[in-house]
Design a protein around this ligand. Structure first.
Ligand SMILES: Nc1ncnc2c1ncn2[C@@H]1O[C@H](COP(=O)(O)OP(=O)(O)OP(=O)(O)O)[C@@H](O)[C@H]1O
Length: 768
C-alpha cells in the first residue's frame, strides 16, 4: 500500500506535490485563471501536468458534473497522461469521473455531435474522411475545378513558359491535373479551413484589392476550396477541420455554451505549441465564462472572458506541425508573452533526461541557428536553454552518466557512403548491447525510406547478433486487419481459385508465416494439386508442405468451427500481435452487429468488402504502443515525428546532410506555371498572411517566406531528435548519399553536412 493511502488528504496532496521539482510545482500550485508553461525538452511537462490535475481535482472537489478537461495532441499522449492521472486519483481516493482526457479533435467531435441541429452534422454525416479518401477527393476536386473555372485554368495552362507547342500543352495539362492543382488544393484548403477562413473570405480579400499579383492564386485557391467542400458534403463526410468548426458553431449558441462551460471547471492543454488558433479559441471558450463579442468563427475577433481557467503547457521549440497545419509556434509564444506580462508565465528550464553533453549540444544548436542566416526573418527557436536539475531532484538518476563520449559525431571524412554509415551504426549497437543488454536504443529518421533502407541493411547483421529490430513504420500493420481477413475468408470460401489461393499465400508470406523463398505463383497455379495432392502428383518440397499445412488448417477450421469463431481463428493463424488481435476483435463485433440474423459466409465477405473499400473501420490504438517503441534491448527504427515525446538511452541520427536539414527550396523546371515559384507554397503563405493580419505578399516573397518557415521547422525537428537521447547521441552524415531518398540510385558524391551539425563538430572537436 502506498504511503499516500494512509495520510489525510492535505498531507497526501503535499506529499504528491513534493514529488515534483521546483518549476513543476508552479503547475501544482495553480489557483485558477490563465497560466502559460513554457518548458524545455525533458523538463517533465506531462509528469507535472498529471500531478497538477490530481491536486486541482482534490482542491476544487471536482466531479462528473464539474470536470477538469485535459487535452493533448495525439491519442497515445492522451492515453499516457490518462494513466498517470488515474494512478494519482486512485491513491488519493478521489473519483475517476472528475476528469477526462481528450485529443482536441475528439473533444470537438463530442461537442459538435451533441447538438447536430446546430453543428450541421446530420445523422448520416459523421463519417470522417480517411487519408486515402481525402486523396481521392482532392483529385476529384482538381478535375471538377478545371471544368468549372475554364478561364483561370486557361491562365495556368498558357501562363509563363508556354511555347504553344501541342506536346507542351499536353504536358502542362497532365502536370496541372495530376500534380499541381491537387497539391495546391491540399495546401490551400488545409491552411484556410484550419484557420476558420471560408472560400468567400479569400475572395473578399481579393475583392478589396491591393494584392501584388492581382489575387489570381487566392482566386484559384478559393475555387478549389469551394469545390472540395461541396464534394465532401455530397459524400456525407467530414474532415478534421469540420469537427473544430462544428464545435465552435455549436458553442455560439448561448445556452449550449453555458451547458458546456458549467460542466467544465478548467482546461489543461499539453503540447500547446501544436494547436492552431481556432483550436485554441475552442479551448478558451470551454475554459471560460465568456461573454461573446462577435462570432467565434472569425478567428481574430476577440472574445471577452470574465474568468478563464486555462493552463497551456508546451515547448515552442518542439513545434513540428506548422508545415501541415496552421499551428505555428508564434501563437503559443504570444500566449506566453501575454501571460508573462501578468506574471502568469512559468518557465521550466531544468530537465533530468539527458547527460550533460547532450544538453550542451542541443543548446549549442539552438543558439547557432538563432544567430544564423536562418533567423533573419523570425528566430526558429524561443531562446530557452536546457539546464541540469539540482542535486536533490526527485527524479532518480537524473542527468545520467554518459555512454561512450555522450555525443559522437561522424562526418564524411570518415564515412564514405550510406551503406557504411548504416554498418557502423550496427557495430556500435552491438558493442553497446554487449556492455548492457538493458539499453533502449533508437535510430531516428527524417523520411520513411531512410528507415526502410537502414532496417533492411542491418537485418542480417541484427539476426546474427540476436538484436531485435522494431521498424515502426513497417510494423504499422493494424490497419490491414480487415483486408487480411477478407483475403483469407475469400480463400476459405473458394480455395480452388488460383487468385484466392495466391492472395492468401501472399498475406501469409508478408507476415513471415511461410517461407518466401518459394515461387508462390507456382504453388497457386494448380490449387487442387497443392492443397490435396494425390499419390500421382509430384512430391512437394519441405517448405511448400509447410505452406500447404497452413492452408489446409484454415480449410478444416471452416468445416469444424462455427462461423462466428472464424475471425478469431484467422487472427491466431496469422499470428497477430496484441494490437492486431484487439482490432480483429473489434472487427468481429462490428460484423456480428451489422449482420445479426443474417450472418453467413457470403454476407460476412460482402460486409468486409464494404469495409475495406470504404475504409470506414478504425484500427484499435494499442494503449501501450509507446512501451513497444522503447523496449529494452531492441533497436527501434522510428521517424522523428513519431519520436516526439519519447526518449531512449541511445539515439542515432544518421543521414544529416544539408539537403535534409534544413533542405533548400526546390523548383523542378516543369513546375513554373505563373512565375518562378511553386503555387501550393505561395497559396499557403498568402493565406497565412491573412490569418496573421499582415499584408498579402507577392508570389516571390510568399515563396521565400514559405521556404524559410520550412527550414525553421527542420531545425526544430533536429532539436526534437537530439533531445530524445539520455546517455548517448550519435550524429552522422556520409560523403555519398542519395540526392532523393525515393530513388536510392540518385547518388551525389558531394554531400554537405547540416550546417548546425558541422558547426557543432567544429566547436567540439573531441566529439568526432
Ligand atoms: N518530478 C519528477 N520526478 C521524477 N521523474 C520525473 C519528474 N519529472 C519528470 N520526470 C521524468 O523525466 C522524463 C521526462 O518527463 P516528461 O516526459 O514528463 O517530460 P516532457 O517535458 O513532457 O518531455 P518532452 O517535451 O521532451 O517530451 C520522464 O522519464 C519522467 O518520468
Amino acid at each position: 500500500m502506498s504511503a499516500l493511502n494512509v495520510l489525510p488528504l492535505d498531507n497526501a496532496l503535499e506529499e504528491l506535490r513534493q514529488t515534483l521539482r521546483q518549476g513543476q510545482r508552479a503547475m501544482a500550485d495553480w489557483n485558477g485563471g490563465e497560466l502559460a508553461v513554457s518548458a524545455v525538452p525533458g523538463a517533465g511537462k506531462s509528469t507535472g501536468m498529471a500531478v497538477a490535475a490530481a491536486i486541482a481535482i482534490a482542491k476544487y472537489k471536482l466531479h462528473r458534473q464539474n470536470q477538469l478537461v485535459i487535452v493533448t495532441f495525439t491519442r497515445s499522449a492522451a492515453s499516457n497522461i490518462r494513466k498517470k492521472v488515474r494512478k494519482h486519483l486512485e491513491q488519493l481516493h478521489l473519483p475517476q469521473s472528475a476528469f477526462t482526457v481528450n485529443t482536441l479533435h475528439g473533444l470537438a467531435f463530442s461537442i459538435a455531435s451533441s447538438h447536430r441541429e446546430i453543428s450541421g452534422f446530420s445523422m448520416g454525416e459523421t463519417q470522417i474522411v480517411s487519408e486515402s479518401q481525402k486523396q481521392r477527393l482532392i483529385r476529384l476536386t482538381a478535375a471538377q475545378w478545371i471544368k468549372d473555372y475554364p478561364k483561370l485554368y486557361g491562365l495556368l495552362l498558357e501562363g509563363r513558359g508556354f511555347d504553344g507547342e501541342d506536346t507542351e500543352r499536353l504536358r502542362r495539362q497532365t502536370v496541372l491535373r495530376t500534380d499541381v492543382l491537387p497539391s495546391l488544393a491540399r495546401e490551400a484548403i488545409a491552411t484556410a479551413k484550419s484557420s476558420g477562413l471560408t472560400p468567400e473570405d479569400l475572395r473578399n480579400v481579393v475583392r478589396i484589392g491591393g494584392i501584388p499579383d492581382g489575387g489570381t492564386i487566392l482566386e484559384i485557391a478559393a475555387g478549389l476550396f469551394d469545390t472540395y467542400n461541396r464534394l465532401l458534403k455530397q459524400q456525407g463526410m467530414l474532415d478534421y477541420d469540420d469537427m473544430i468548426l462544428g464545435a465552435l458553431r455549436v458553442l455560439e449558441n448561448e445556452s449550449v455554451r453555458q451547458y458546456w462551460q458549467d460542466r467544465i471547471f478548467a482546461v489543461f492543454e499539453d503540447e500547446a505549441q501544436d494547436s492552431s488558433p481556432l483550436q485554441t479559441k475552442l479551448l478558451e471558450i470551454l475554459a471560460g465564462q465568456s461573454v461573446l463579442v462577435g462570432s467565434q468563427l472569425a478567428v481574430m475577433e476577440p472574445i471577452a472572458l470574465e474568468v478563464s481557467n486555462l493552463i497551456r503547457v508546451g515547448d515552442p521549440n518542439q513545434a513540428i506541425n506548422s508545415t501541415f497545419t496552421t499551428a505555428d509556434p508564434s501563437f503559443f509564444n504570444r500566449f506566453c508573452d501575454r501571460c508573462d506580462r501578468q506574471q502568469r508565465l512559468v518557465t521550466l528550464d531544468q530537465a533530468g533526461r539527458s547527460t550533460a553533453r547532450i544538453m550542451t549540444a542541443a543548446n549549442f544548436v539552438l543558439d547557432w541557428v538563432n544567430q544564423s542566416q536562418y533567423a533573419k526573418q523570425e528566430a526558429p527557436f524561443r531562446q530557452q536553454r536546457i539546464r541540469a536539475v539540482d542535486a536533490n531532484d526527485p527524479q532518480t538518476n537524473a542527468n545520467p552518466e554518459p555512454l561512450g563520449r555522450g555525443v559522437e559525431i561522424y562526418l564524411p571524412e570518415v564515412l564514405d557512403d550510406i551503406g557504411q554509415e548504416a554498418d557502423r551504426i550496427g557495430e556500435r549497437v552491438k558493442q553497446l548491447l554487449e556492455g548492457d543488454r538493458n539499453l533502449s536504443i533508437a535510430i531516428l529518421v527524417r523520411q520513411h525510406n531512410q528507415g526502410k533502407f537502414i532496417s533492411e541493411r542491418l537485418q542480417a547483421f541484427a539476426k546474427e547478433h540476436e538484436i531485435p529490430i522494431y521498424d515502426v513504420e513497417q510494423s504499422n500493420r493494424r490497419s490491414r486487419v480487415p483486408a487480411d481477413m477478407l483475403t483469407i475468408l475469400q480463400f476459405m470460401e473458394r480455395p480452388h481459385s488460383t487468385d484466392n489461393l495466391k492472395a492468401a499465400l501472399t498475406v501469409m508470406a508478408e507476415r513471415q508465416l511461410i517461407n518466401t523463398q518459394q515461387d508462390l505463383n507456382a504453388l497457386a497455379s494448380t490449387p487442387e494439386q497443392f492443397l490435396y495432392p494425390t499419390v500421382l502428383d509430384p512430391e512437394l518440397s519441405r517448405i511448400a508442405k509447410e505452406a500447404q499445412a497452413k492452408c489446409t488448417g484454415l480449410l478444416r477450421a471452416k468445416i469444424e468451427l462455427p462461423l462466428y469463431n472464424l475471425i478469431a481463428f484467422i487472427a491466431m493463424t496469422l499470428d497477430y500481435e496484441q494490437g492486431e488481435l484487439a482490432t480483429a476483435d473489434k472487427l468481429g463485433d462490428r460484423l456480428s452487429q451489422e449482420l445479426s440474423g443474417n450472418y453467413n459466409m457470403a454476407t460476412v465477405i460482402e460486409a468486409l468488402q464494404d469495409i475495406v473499400l470504404s475504409e470506414n473501420f478504425e484500427a484499435v490504438e494499442e494503449e501501450n504502443l509507446e512501451d513497444r517503441y522503447v523496449k529494452l534491448g531492441q533497436l527501434t527504427v522510428i521517424s522523428l515525428h513519431k519520436a516526439k515525446g519519447l526518449d531512449w538511452d541511445v539515439v542515432f541520427m544518421p543521414f544529416l546532410s544539408d539537403r535534409i536539414c534544413p533542405g533548400s527550396p526546390f523548383m523542378p523546371d516543369g513546375m513554373r506555371f505563373l512565375g518562378d515559384y511553386t503555387l501550393p507554397e505561395v497559396a499557403r503563405a498568402q493565406i497565412r498572411s491573412i490569418l496573421h493580419e499582415d499584408s498579402v505578399p507577392d508570389p516571390i516573397a510568399a515563396w521565400n517566406q514559405c521556404n524559410t518557415l520550412k527550414q525553421a521547422e527542420e531545425f526544430r525537428l533536429l532539436y526534437v531528435g537530439m533531445t530524445r537521447a539520455k546517455r548517448l547521441l550519435w550524429l552522422s552524415a556520409s560523403r555519398n548519399a542519395p540526392f532523393n531518398w525515393n530513388n536510392l540510385d540518385s547518388r551525389t558524391d558531394k554531400v554537405s553536412v547540416c550546417p548546425a551539425i558541422a558547426a557543432l563538430a567544429q566547436k567540439f572537436p573531441e566529439l568526432r
